[in-house]
Design a protein around this ligand. Structure first.
Ligand SMILES: Nc1ncnc2c1ncn2[C@@H]1O[C@H](COP(=O)(O)OP(=O)(O)OP(=O)(O)O)[C@@H](O)[C@H]1O
Length: 303
């Protein structure tokens, strides 16, 4: 990785161990300008660890990471780009005995606040109250305003939508999409496939500390974004239900099969036509489907 890398985020071989405990191992990826990048993984996968390293809060054990062209181990260089960086932590902890307004004043003085009023209209919070009295949703909204009010070039967010109601989530997705149109980069972690599917251009899937998939959302979903569960009067072998465009077939119980497939149903209908279909349910793949059924359940996922 060269010092002149212009990616908002560039990570190569990044590894972080906590003693013997693996946080993340050998992560390599980069985020483009104007991209919404989703970092998807189950609890304990290593998402927060990676984000903390990107923000210079944890030192890497090995490998390298650059944020806005600055090496994350160079504290001074990182401090110099703080104004261009927005950060939303997973556990929003503000000093409790201050008002929301005082918190925004503080961050405003540090980094700027050109979008403060506009964002407060979109993510309203009881500014005059002590943060201690805030609901978790209001804390999260305050954190969003604080992270974006200086209109940062790059936003790094750890599970930003947890605790938000659906309307506020939508407002948040709109905010990311507006940023994208303006060429600004956003990186966020999530364990919710549906939101990653909705807003992200590319997704990195992390499991047991390793990146096991890095692709556009549409490519990932094109191959295996739909799950059909079918109950047949007959009991054909699993192979009899395989066809082009199907990623996987599992037999759940006698006569019941689960098929992971692309959203092209003609081939499915053709194949099922050969049997007596007693029940058929088609749904979007959940994150459990992605992790359990497409990546196996071995320690490190696919090799
Ligand atoms: N301070 C720490 N000391 C020791 N081990 C840690 C520490 N922080 C995280 N870990 C371990 O590192 C691994 C990755 O954890 P991390 O919090 O990064 O995952 P995550 O994907 O953010 O999970 P979640 O979605 O639950 O927040 C886990 O095995 C976790 O137990």
């Amino acid at each position: 990785m060269t010092g002149g890398d212009t990616h908002p985020i560039a990570v190569e071989g990044l590894t972080k161990y906590y003693g013997d405990v693996r946080g993340v191992e050998d992560l390599t990826f980069s985020v483009e300008n104007g991209e919404i990048f989703g970092f998807l993984g189950p609890n304990g996968a290593g998402k927060s660890t990676a984000i903390r390293v990107l923000l210079g809060l944890l030192g890497p054990t090995d490998g390298e990471a650059r944020v806005l062209g600055r090496n994350v181990t160079d504290r001074n260089a990182l401090r110099a780009v703080k104004r261009d960086l927005g950060y939303l932590p997973s556990d929003v902890t503000f000093y409790d005995r201050v008002t929301g307004e005082a918190i925004l004043d503080y961050f405003g003085r540090l980094r700027g606040e050109t979008r403060r009023e506009e964002l407060l209209e979109r993510f309203p919070v009881p500014l005059e109250r002590h943060v201690k009295a805030y609901s978790s949703g209001n804390r999260q909204k305050l954190a969003i305003v604080a992270a974006f009010m200086h209109d940062p070039e790059l936003a790094i967010m750890d599970e930003p939508t947890s605790g938000l109601d659906p309307l506020v989530q939508n407002e948040f997705y709109d905010l990311l999409e507006e940023r994208k149109r303006r060429g600004l980069a956003s990186f966020f972690s999530s364990h919710v496939l549906s939101e990653v599917r909705r807003v992200c251009d590319r997704v990195g899937i992390i499991r047991n500390g390793r990146l096991i998939e890095l692709d556009t959302v549409s490519n990932i979903l094109a191959e295996r974004g739909t799950v059909a569960t079918v109950r047949l009067a007959e009991e054909p072998p699993v192979e009899a239900l395989e066809f082009r465009g199907i990623a996987r077939v599992d037999r759940l119980e006698s006569g019941t099969y689960r098929l992971a497939l692309s959203r092209e149903f003609d081939a499915l209908i053709d194949r099922l036509h050969e049997y007596t279909v007693l029940d058929l349910e088609v749904r979007e793949a959940s994150i459990d489907d992605v992790f359990l059924h497409f990546y196996g359940d071995g320690e490190d996922g696919p090799s």
